[in-house]
Ligand binder design. Sequence first.
Ligand SMILES: [Cu+2]
Length: 307
Amino acid sequence: MRVTRGDDGRGAARSRKLGLAVCWAAFGLAAQAGANTSNGYNLPRGVTEISRDIYGLHMEAFWICVGIAVLVFGAMIYSLVKFRRSQGAVADTTLSHSTQVEIIWTLIPAVILVVMAIPAAKIILKMEDMRNSELSIRVTGYQWKWEYQYMDAAAGIDIFSTLARDSNFARQLHSGIDPYTVPNYLLNVDHPLVIPSGTKVRLLLTSQDVIHAWWVPDFGAKRSAVPGYVNELWFTVDSGKEGIYRGQCAALCGRDHGFMPIVVDVRTPDEFKKWVDEQKAVKPAPAAAASQPADGRTALSGQASAN
Ligand SMILES: [Cu+2]
């Protein structure tokens, strides 16, 4: 680019200062976005290895984007300010094509994409690795509730999980109840899914009517529940991270789609065992065949198990 300068240098100093200020502002915003990881500005770090992997991948992509933005917008703003007509800049009309430049601006983005794709592929493979799961739970979506049928050591436990009654009353038209007075409004259920910490839990997801999606952000876990299909999903909640975790159906599954929340009650393996014994004592386990499919193909939907 050919430039004719006609000023005494004061303009250049001013534009340098301006450019610096813009760069600092961009950096400040980026730093702020990166630091606010737990107050609603960013993904949750979560309580599983997968959720932390996803978070790391997200931050890696974020910082690459920040770097690209700083370079591209920095060059643009610098050029706009420095080579403006009032400073005597004259457009270069001779440069129309450069093979060298085209190769460079094709190769650099390609390399960046590969750098991002390698860790992403590793995490996807890890998410799909269902081997050595210690507890399997069959999850069936209905309009609008979830059914959790335990297998393995907890076989026989069958829970329907629906919207908590106080939320359900408050959500009715003209209920007269202020939703702000309802704790965990629309995010609470009558019977949560209870699972042990430090245990590889595998969910087998299906649906009895339309497509639902089981999603708990803190687990980095989300998968569709599709009628006629069985999708798998696994997570291991860290030991020491016992507590209540909340999620929602993440598919537009019909009129009351917003009213089928997910609540997971994570307990220590000992407490979980106690809970399993309590459940079995309250309700004797039905015939093993109903909850533990003999050949894995049948009994994954209510209709099949009824045959
Ligand atoms: Cu749903």
